[in-house]
Design a protein around this ligand. Structure first.
Ligand SMILES: CC(C)(COP(=O)(O)OP(=O)(O)OC[C@H]1O[C@@H](n2cnc3c(N)ncnc32)[C@H](O)[C@@H]1OP(=O)(O)O)[C@@H](O)C(=O)NCCC(=O)NCCSC(=O)CCC(=O)c1ccccc1C(=O)O
Length: 506
């Protein structure tokens, strides 16, 4: 690690602020997360919680390790002086879904999963650096989450606790590689590159203290945890999310997808690339049958989206890396409109220009109390004569729509609520929480009813295109019926169809 000073200062400043704020606001319990690198470089094994301060940490990460050691001291001092219930956990080698799977800077398991996947795709050998003999204890992220909740609720001490699998569950890097091979159904050659260094042979940690409190805690079997992690990686790799540069894309186990425009320095103004990336994400969310509702938002509290990036605007549209001018946000508006699942705009800060239109074409809008809405087009030489005008008039009425466009004023969240532009306004800190409440309520409802309602509401505005969407949904339902299938089956069986058993209802 190069930035030792930054690691030291940033961690110390964060810790000092958090501890003091938790004391001042009488927070009932604070659990800080340390890591095994706080332990001395030269030590005996297994390491345990009493050995943190027994000697210098490895020099490569001393800025970070010394700062983290201070957490242990802070926990004790705040308890002694103010009676605070603060403590720390020390997890060992976490892995699981949502990890950092980047090839350059990920930990061993996500890095190997990614390498094995690429080897599978390219038909190349799966190469593991080193002999594969070093031993490590790995904890599955879901197990760690359960233990963290237990720590919050029930662990009584200020002294830290190691959260690790048992010593008997230590595995070699070679075992890890073979578990990945199994989970991935990898059929190619597996090679160990012994010209590369192995790293420390073992770093065994004792979980005796954890076992004293929770003798019966059952860790997820390693191979099962590996299968879930590999499955998560494969599912999410195909979404193309690794290639996203201007947008963030997340999917939750609850069936909620979240697309975040990630250009906060430009108030989340969109370029042709931003729009393309959003479009990939919406396509993935539409095609993934586990997803039932999609959130569209902007990174940070200052803006949902400030419209087209004016610095990329050329003659004929916004110009990307290929030098071709585009107005591709119009296709994105259509995509959101036609997507057969509810899309919710989650708006903090500015939603202006083309960004305002994006929130309007979403099915619902939840706004933070700092949200600001409006069209700026006539001020910067632009306008949207499509949904930006006509759908707006449906939402707020003709007079108000003309006011918004002709004067190009900005409106606060309460004004937007009063004119029917948004569904709810909440304090900024509650924005995500409230949006998730709406998403979860939607997830409990019939997906087919929601789909048909969306296309019916669109059809009333969208003319023949709207009827086509509603008509497509009717065909989908018919294809799912026995009557529809009788037509197909009779054709394949080379017999006349028998529709006589289907009722001709009034
Ligand atoms: C959004 C603001 C009101 C925020 O103000 P403030 O908080 O004071 O921040 P700033 O200091 O102004 O901005 C910080 C930083 O971001 C840059 N930036 C902000 N917005 C844009 C933008 N749209 N393009 C490029 N850059 C932007 C800003 O320059 C600053 O950068 P520095 O380097 O730090 O200087 C305020 O920022 C603002 O008013 N922004 C402009 C809003 C705007 O006019 N947007 C364009 C409207 S036109 C449009 O969106 C058309 C879109 C389109 O493609 C289209 C075309 C044809 C038909 C339909 C459409 C359609 O979208 O439907």
């Amino acid at each position: 690690m190069k930035l030792k000073v930054e690691f030291w200062r940033n961690n110390i400043i964060m810790q000092d602020n958090i501890f003091q704020a938790c004391k001042d606001f009488k927070v009932e319990k604070l659990v800080s997360c340390l890591s095994t690198c706080v332990f001395p470089d030269k030590t005996t094994y297994p390491i345990d919680e009493t050995m943190i301060h027994n000697g210098p940490p490895h020099s490569s990460n001393e800025g970070y390790a010394y700062a983290k050691r201070m957490v242990d001291m802070q926990n004790r001092l705040y308890k002694e002086q103010y009676g605070c219930n603060f403590t720390a956990v020390i997890p060992t080698n976490i892995f699981g879904p949502h990890d950092n799977y980047d090839l350059e800077d990920s930990h061993v398991i996500p890095g190997l999963i990614h390498k094995c996947y690429l080897a599978q795709q390219k038909g190349e050998p799966f190469t593991i650096m080193g002999s594969g003999k070093p031993l490590r204890q790995f904890i599955y992220s879901r197990d760690l989450a359960r233990l963290m909740i237990w720590t919050l609720r029930s662990y009584p001490e200020a002294d830290p606790i190691i959260l690790s699998v048992d010593e008997a569950d230590e595995v070699t890097i070679g075992d890890v590689a073979m578990a990945i091979v199994d989970a991935m159904n990898f059929t190619g050659a597996v090679e160990f590159d012994t010209s590369k260094a192995d790293g420390q042979y073992k770093k065994t940690a004792s979980n005796a203290k954890l076992r004293k409190y929770l003798p019966d805690f059952k860790f997820t079997p390693f191979k099962e945890a590996m299968r879930e992690s590999v499955q998560w990686f494969v599912d999410n790799y195909s979404s193309g999310s690794e290639r996203l540069e201007e947008v963030k894309y997340e999917k939750s186990d609850e069936g909620i997808a979240k697309i975040t425009i990630n250009r906060p320095d430009k108030r989340n103004a969109f370029t042709p690339r931003t729009v393309m990336e959003m479009s990939w994400c919406f396509t993935d969310a539409r095609d993934d049958p586990r997803i039932g509702v999609i959130i569209l938002t902007g990174e940070g509290p200052l803006a949902f989206c400030s419209g087209g990036d004016q610095s990329k605007r050329g003659k004929g549209g916004y110009v990307g890396e290929d030098n071709i001018p585009r107005l591709n946000v119009l296709d994105l508006q259509m995509q959101i409109r036609r997507l057969p699942k509810p899309v919710i705009a989650m708006v903090a800060g500015y939603a202006v220009g083309g960004g305002h239109i994006l929130h309007m074409v979403c099915d619902l809008t939840i706004a933070a109390d700092n949200a600001v809405f409006g069209q700026t087009g006539p001020k910067v030489g632009s306008f949207d004569a499509g949904y930006g005008s006509t759908h707006m008039a449906r939402l707020v009425g003709q007079k108000k729509a003309r006011e918004m466009w002709f004067l190009a004023r900005l409106y606060d969240a309460q004004q937007a609520l009063d004119m029917g532009l948004v569904n709810k306004v909440v304090p900024l800190q509650q924005l995500e929480q409230e949006t998730l409440v709406w998403c979860r309520e939607i997830m409990r409802n019939s997906p087919t009813a929601l789909r048909l309602l969306k296309s019916a509401l669109n059809a009333a505005e969208d003319g023949q295109a709207g009827i086509q969407q509603l008509g497509g949904d009717a065909t989908l339902l018919f294809y799912m019926s026995e009557e529809g299938n009788e037509g197909r089956t009779s054709y394949l069986e080379k017999r006349p169809p028998d529709f006589s058993k289907f009722p001709r209802l009034p």
